[in-house]
Design a protein around this ligand. Structure first.
Ligand code: NDP
Ligand code: GDP
Length: 368
């Protein structure tokens, strides 16, 4: 029997890696995408799998489109990867983030419950749930303490996944994944922002790199290994929740230092701290304990921190070199203006702060 999988967020970082893995295992893969004004399939093109995926238009905020996606794909497994996944942006769009990252999972769980079929459900949960915790390393028993609208929304979907598992016997599991990176990572995330800048600086296309908080620490792993853990969770007899991490933590500054060193550059010459890139509230220290995943799933991370940094730098160097040689290929960076350009044209958070002004405006709108 050919297994069918439905992946939401097929245009993001993890979706294409997971799709590639499932295709290699003989699955028929359906992926949801949403209409964007600029086509957005470069990652599926880079992995060379776009023609092997059946695409379904669906938005996590739109119940009818999700119902259509599930009835069309008739999946054995649903991997809910779609999200407004950028923590920084969740402070700018908290309600949208709640709608997508919080309620989105519940919509799927309700569809599964109503259809009454044995559809397995994977929810993309996150280390951001630990937020302000002082415990380290964090495992499945560490109390959650979300520190952003993103984490609060994901906390809701984490619990709904667990609740539907216990209340209705649905095979529903949470992967509590720590940060995972790859050459397909979005340019706004700090790792890819750094490695893309390193490549441009090395090739004389950029002069400096501005970053926010250099002290925060993350447990960074390699995305293709992490999607493998998602699949393993879905093959267990019993649904459960698992931390997926490397068990090592490094600061943003260390990442930058390694990345510049990989290109033979001294990071201190190029990196500038910029207040505008600080978050209203940040998560300062994440370090995961993946021992349960090791024990139950037989999953272990292989790519080390040093290897990860080097492979990201290498990928961005190669792409910019190809670009300079006049080659045309699907890729995000050339169309992305410098982030600083965007930041300097964006209303600053300080400019937004006077909540009373906004409250007055909302009040006026309500009064008509
Ligand atoms: P990306 O941001 O790269 O991809 C997110 C995907 O969700 C994109 O395909 C995006 O579509 C889609 N999406 C966003 N909003 C909607 C919507 N309203 N309806 C339908 N689709 C939508 O994230 P990753 O691939 O890196 O992460 C996958 C999941 O894992 C996310 O849920 C993320 O929060 C979570 N996670 C990620 C971690 C990481 O380090 N990468 C760590 C822990 C959890 P579009 O391309 O059109 O924007
Ligand atoms: P997150 O862990 O999901 O928030 O992943 P990010 O890659 O967006 O951010 C990781 C950490 O890097 C956070 O603590 C950020 O505050 C910090 N950071 C410092 N400078 C930057 C920056 O310029 N961009 C981003 N995205 N993060 C930065």
């Amino acid at each position: 029997m050919v297994k069918r999988a439905l992946i939401t967020g097929i245009t993001g970082q993890d979706g294409p890696y997971l799709a590639k893995l499932l295709l290699s295992k003989g699955y028929k893969v359906y992926g949801t995408y949403r209409r964007t004004s600029t086509p957005n399939f470069w990652r599926l093109q880079q992995l060379g799998i776009i023609h092997r995926i059946t695409l379904i238009p669906a938005d996590l905020s739109d119940m009818s489109s999700l119902l259509e996606a599930v009835t069309t794909a008739d999946p054995h497994e649903i991997y809910n990867l779609a999200a407004q996944s950028f923590v920084g942006n969740s402070f700018d769009a908290p309600l949208l983030t709640t709608e997508i990252d919080g309620s989105g999972a519940t919509r799927f769980l309700e569809i599964i419950r109503h259809l009454g079929k044995n559809i397995k459900f994977y929810q993309a949960s996150t280390s951001e749930l630990y937020g302000a915790t002082r415990q380290s390393p964090q495992n499945e028993n560490t109390p959650f303490s979300p520190n952003s609208p993103y984490a609060a929304a994901k906390l809701y979907s984490f619990h709904m996944t667990r609740i539907y598992r216990n209340a209705y016997g649905i095979f529903a599991c949470n992967g509590i994944l720590f940060n995972h990176e790859s050459p397909l990572r979005g340019l706004e995330f700090v790792t890819r922002k750094i490695t893309n800048s390193v490549a441009k600086i090395k090739l004389g296309l950029q002069k400096e790199l501005r970053l926010g908080n250099l002290e925060t620490k993350r447990d960074w792993g390699f995305a293709p290994e992490y999607v493998h853990a998602m699949w393993l969770m879905m093959q267990q007899k019993k649904a459960d929740d698992f931390v997926i991490a490397t068990g090592e933590t490094h600061s943003v500054g260390e990442f930058a230092q390694e990345a510049f060193a990989a290109a033979g550059l001294d990071w201190r010459t190029y990196v500038k701290a910029d207040q505008r890139l600080l978050r209203p509230l940040d998560v300062t220290h994440l370090c995961g304990d993946p021992s349960k995943a090791g024990r139950v799933l037989d999953w272990k991370p292989k790519v080390t921190f040093g290897e990860l940094v080097k492979l990201l730098v290498r990928a961005d160097m190669e792409r910019w070199q190809k670009y300079l040689n006049g080659e045309i290929f699907a890729w995000d960076a050339p169309n992305y203006p410098s982030e600083l350009d965007i930041v300097s044209r964006t209303v600053s958070r300080e400019g937004k702060k006077p909540a009373t002004k906004i409250a007055k405006l909302i009040g006026r709108l309500h009064r008509g």
